[in-house]
Design a protein around this ligand. Structure first.
Ligand SMILES: Cc1cc2nc3c(=O)[nH]c(=O)nc-3n(C[C@H](O)[C@H](O)[C@H](O)COP(=O)(O)O)c2cc1C
Length: 339
């Protein structure tokens, strides 16, 4: 079904649309690397759909993390378009429907490519999730301010106090205990974290620590170790934050994803590593515990660990992605089919 908005005439070459869709899908992070999305490239617009076949029904029954991941993809597509000199208007109709687009990009206009745009696109290409401890160097205050300022809208980032970090650590441990007692959640986690790189989805052993990292707030318990060499350092200098907003429905989750993408790219450009922690949000009781750290009208979407990336072990390997033709459907005549 099409949104009722009328679309402006096509002014953008279809291959620019197709390559922006492909770049976003190649680089955007998603919950357990499920890549729960699908693009449809039409002559005058780009449609984003949720992909229910890659929905984590046991650990994310409401689709909160699925839609948040799609919001990141949407923002990544805007970054890829901007780097090619285009801006887009966005119609958002967020729902879990596989037939109604979550969002449609249309009304494209030519724009100047600025150094800031290039920097964001570069960050999109180099960003990755690093689950090892961050360095002993605290993040400088101006950098924290730049990261929080990149989330200036209805969705924001709240930096946690030392006391709140202890509460977060307790909530994460409780969430982990709840999830590890749920056989469906356990099976789902195992299914998405024991895959060979060739599957193109999920987490291969190469990106999971080879021993439990020393952290103030425990990382997600994957139930098994990976092969990513992990030092004995302790990330005492890490900063923790909550991504939050004024509601808890698909429209808010999509916006939360877009904001997280902007903040994550800003952080990456400043050599700050971002580690999302979602199991504490998936469990209703611990989500409620995090909600109490916010203003009464606000809702938490994700906990985040921020830290100066430790340069010594180098970067973790890239997590695999699905082939483009499985996530980008090209219906526009003249668009390249191979990106
Ligand atoms: C919404 C969302 C939730 C995530 N939750 C977690 C988490 O709880 N623990 C974790 O280690 N990584 C988490 N991640 C990171 C993903 O596993 C990671 O983005 C994905 O595997 C792709 O790898 P990349 O970020 O290196 O490209 C999350 C990512 C997103 C977008």
């Amino acid at each position: 079904m099409r949104p009722t908005t009328s679309y402006t005439e096509m002014t953008i070459p279809s291959d620019v649309l197709a390559s922006a869709a492909a770049a976003a899908a190649r680089y955007a992070p998603s919950i357990l690397n499920t890549q729960p999305w699908r693009w449809r490239v039409r002559a005058d617009r780009l449609e984003l759909f949720a992909e229910p076949r890659r929905h984590l029904t046991a650990t994310d029954p409401d689709g909160r993390m699925l839609i948040l991941s799609c919001g990141i993809l949407l923002h990544h597509a805007c970054v890829a378009l901007a780097a090619q000199g285009w801006t887009a208007r966005i119609v958002r109709t967020p729902s879990m429907s596989p037939t109604v687009p979550l969002a449609v990009l249309h009304g494209f206009e030519a724009a100047t490519v600025t150094p800031a745009t290039r920097q964001q696109e570069q960050a999109m290409r180099t960003r990755r999730t690093d689950r090892r401890p961050v360095s002993d160097q605290p993040i400088a205050s101006p950098i924290i301010r730049a990261i929080t300022a990149s989330a200036p809208g209805a969705v924001g980032l709240q930096i946690l106090t030392a006391e709140q970090v202890i509460e977060l650590a307790a909530a994460v441990s409780r969430a982990d205990a709840v999830q590890s007692q749920d056989p469906f959640a356990r099976d789902e986690l195992n299914c998405w974290t024991s895959r060979p790189t060739t599957d193109g989805v999920g987490l291969p052993p190469e990106v999971l620590p080879d021993r439990p990292p020393q952290t103030t707030v425990p990382g997600r318990g994957f139930g098994h170790r990976g092969t990513l060499p992990t030092g004995a350092g302790h990330d005492r200098a890490a900063t923790y934050a909550l991504l939050y907003g004024g509601g808890d429905d698909p429209a808010w989750w999509l916006q939360a994803g877009e904001t997280l993408s902007a903040s994550w790219l800003t952080a990456t450009a400043m050599e700050v590593s971002v580690l999302p922690m979602s199991d504490v949000i998936a469990v209703p009781g611990t989500r409620e515990a995090l909600r109490r750290m916010l203003k009464p009208c606000d809702r938490p979407y994700l906990a985040l660990r921020l830290g100066v990336a430790d340069p010594v072990p180098g970067r973790p390997p890239r997590t695999p992605r699905l082939p483009t033709d499985q996530v980008v459907e090209v219906l526009a005549p003249g668009a390249f089919r191979d990106h």
